[in-house]
Design a protein around this ligand. Structure first.
Ligand SMILES: Cc1cc2nc3c(=O)[nH]c(=O)nc-3n(C[C@H](O)[C@H](O)[C@H](O)COP(=O)(O)O)c2cc1C
Ligand code: SF4
Length: 614
């Protein structure tokens, strides 16, 4: 596989050298078809983009059809079928970045690069694009330059950054470069852990590993302890982790797999970024404990492409664990327990956070969700039993095995035990990660983050709920307001409908297009919100929008489409006055004129519609 940091040399696509490069890359993964993601990333890294010839060469090397490679490559935002600039500047476009001035930053970059958004500069150096949230909501406006993150941008930075890039050696896209190691203005990611709690970030410092004592127990006991602690998945759905592990263990198969979902694509969430940065060992402990409990030998971390800058650091942690006997054969001296972990980098697709899409992507395919059942615990990665869990879930599991179920039960509520990491962004003086016990009310949280003037709290990202002040007494817990971790605070003067419209646009961008209700429905929802925000919608339009939102929710195939209408439905429910204030003054004006619609037929037939009463 291509060494990290190797940059594309812009070889003409059909030279023998290009062919040799592709062949070597394919050979480096033993022509394993399931490693197609690694292959296309490495080829793009070396050749600049995935040319027709490169795709044919990959297909030949893997003995598959070129259409399969093309189909996969066309799915991901970070894979290119055409040449792009040496530096691909992707500016994060979210309601938070926009209210922090991302539009002006984009204009400044466009001026400095001489490239309009969506285009490449005439000198071929820069491609400028908008992208969805990149996991930096606490330090927006932010951007990716190839695989390096720039944060806290202001328009005045653009000149210095572009001048520095013109002198800069190539920056890798896959796996990316650590911002701190790249000499560019604003190439810096701050951890922003604002509040430590007792479970994950203990005040006394870095937690000790609980791996060895855990592995002295039987797999069944581990599953019992996790179940007794009532640990629920931290990725959003809150599924009981002990039950998931039990089901997976019970599935009979040659092999079982543990997958850590580090896709963290929900806009406004960045707590997994902080965990991956601050306590990666705890996450790997949790995965290893899960591997032991399930009888798995393989663990996979699916790391979102936007976090490619963490790749090398995480590899070093894995190497260190192998040296310390925490991975490999007979882990921690436990005879017969062999376990290792591989990191798979994504390529830019929000839907790949959905566990079945993620598994497809891990297998080197486009990230289209699978039909369920069968569930991953029966047929997951390589169609073998697989437990997919969130980063935070594995961290909590490790802590439970270290301190015991009763200790964990001592925090949180009856149905939501332990603490929760919240990624707080928006109108508050100290955006960042807060570890709080489940059961905290929205009001208490707003006090904690010093945001007394909030008028809307978006709980759980765009797929979650828009919470109004009348509901700020509600509890953050699975039994009330649940969240995977995203908390976006909007203060006085923010445009509620504009926020909902931007979220609607996000779902249009991220729909995988597989099923019609979501593919077409998300576009219609966005158009409906355009009319609302433009002040062109009537009461009838609002009713139609609500009905459409219900259809998209009910008829979509996967969680993305099923939650895509949430920003609209929850703002309609909780902020009706915002919609009323923007209605077109006429109570009802049909947008379709019957006479106009039938004009052609009238001309052909020589007679008009039959008048009522005739
Ligand atoms: C569109 C979509 C995106 C998702 N993104 C993520 C994600 O980025 N991280 C995550 O852990 N779970 C995500 N999920 C939830 C996963 O499908 C799955 O429930 C989760 O990884 C299970 O882990 P847990 O039980 O530890 O929460 C997403 C779900 C949907 C429908
Ligand atoms: S609901 Fe959307 S994301 Fe899910 S399968 Fe259908 S088109 Fe794809």
């Amino acid at each position: 596989m291509t060494e990290p940091g190797t940059q594309h040399s812009e070889l003409p696509e059909s030279t023998p050298d290009a062919r040799a490069i592709v062949d070597a890359i394919v050979a480096s993964v033993q022509a394993d078809r399931s490693r197609l993601m690694d292959i296309v990333q490495a080829v793009q890294q070396r050749l600049g983009y995935l040319s027709k010839d490169a795709i044919n060469a990959i297909a030949a090397g893997l003995h598959i059809h070129a259409v399969d490679v093309e189909d996969m490559a066309s799915f991901y935002a970070f894979l290119g079928r055409a040449p792009k600039g040496r530096f691909q500047i992707r500016l994060s476009k979210t309601p938070i970045s926009m209210m922090r001035g991302a539009a002006a930053v984009a204009e400044a970059f466009a001026r400095e690069t001489n490239a309009a958004i969506g285009n490449t500069s005439p000198d071929g150096n820069f491609t400028l694009e908008w992208t969805s949230d990149i996991g930096m909501a606490d330090q927006e406006p932010a951007a990716l330059v190839n695989g390096t993150v720039l944060t806290n941008l202001v328009p005045a930075d653009a000149g210095d950054i572009i001048a520095a890039l013109r002198r800069h050696p190539p920056i890798p896209l896959f796996p990316g470069a650590d911002p701190q190691s790249v000499a560019l203005p604003k190439a810096r990611v701050v951890t922003n852990l604002v509040k430590s709690g007792p479970v994950i970030f203990q005040p006394e410092g870095r937690p000790a590993t609980g791996l060895s004592p855990a592995l002295n127990q039987s797999p069944e006991t581990i599953i019992q302890v996790i179940s007794k602690a009532k640990l629920r998945g931290r990725g959003g759905a809150g599924f009981p982790t002990g039950l998931k592990w039990k089901l997976c263990r019970q599935s009979i198969s040659e092999a079982h797999h543990v997958v850590c979902n580090a896709d963290e694509g929900e806009p406004g969430t960045f707590k997994d970024r902080v965990l991956l940065t601050e306590v990666p060992d705890l996450m790997f402990d949790g995965m290893t404990i899960a591997g032991y409990a399930l009888g798995a030998r393989h663990g996979l971390v699916y790391l979102r492409a936007e976090y490619a800058y963490l790749w090398s650091r995480l590899q070093r942690v894995l190497e260190d664990r192998r040296r310390r006997g925490l991975l490999g054969s007979d882990v921690c001296g436990r005879r017969g327990f062999d376990f290792d972990i591989r990191i798979q980098l994504g390529a830019g697709a929000y839907v790949c956070g959905e566990e079945s899409s993620l598994i497809e992507s891990l297998e080197g395919k486009r990230g289209a969700p699978r039909d369920r059942p069968p569930f991953p615990t029966d047929r997951g990665y390589l169609h073998q039993p697989t437990a997919v869990d969130n980063v935070e879930t594995f961290v909590c599991a490790a802590r439970i095995m270290e301190k015991g179920a009763d200790w964990f039960l001592g925090y949180g509520t009856r149905e939501s035990t332990g603490t929760k990491l919240l990624s707080v962004s928006g109108d508050c003086p100290r955006p960042g990660v807060y570890e709080v016990p489940f059961g905290i009310t929205v009001n208490e949280l707003l006090d904690l983050v010093a945001a007394p003037d909030a008028v809307l709290v978006q709980m759980g990202g765009p797929s979650g709920q828009a919470v109004a002040p009348k509901d700020f007494g509600r509890q953050i817990a699975y039994e009330d307001l649940s969240t995977g971790g995203s908390v976006m605070v909007f203060g006085t003067g923010r445009d509620v409908l504009g926020i909902a419209r931007q979220f609607a646009e996000f779902f249009v961008e991220e729909s995988c297009g597989w099923c019609m209700p979501c593919r077409v429905g998300t576009t219609l929802l966005k158009e409906g919100m355009d009319r609302v925000t433009d002040g062109c919608a009537t009461l009838a339009d609002i009713a139609a929008l609500e009905a459409l939102a219900g259809t998209v929710t009910r008829m979509s195939r996967c969680g993305l489409g099923q939650t895509a209408a949430n920003p609209i439905l929850t703002t309609m429910r909780n902020f009706p006055e915002a919609y009323e204030a923007r209605l077109r003054p006429e109570a009802f004006l049909p947008r379709v004129s019957l006479n106009q619609a039938l004009a052609v037929a009238t001309a052909v037939q020589g007679r008009g519609p039959v008048e009522e009463g005739n």
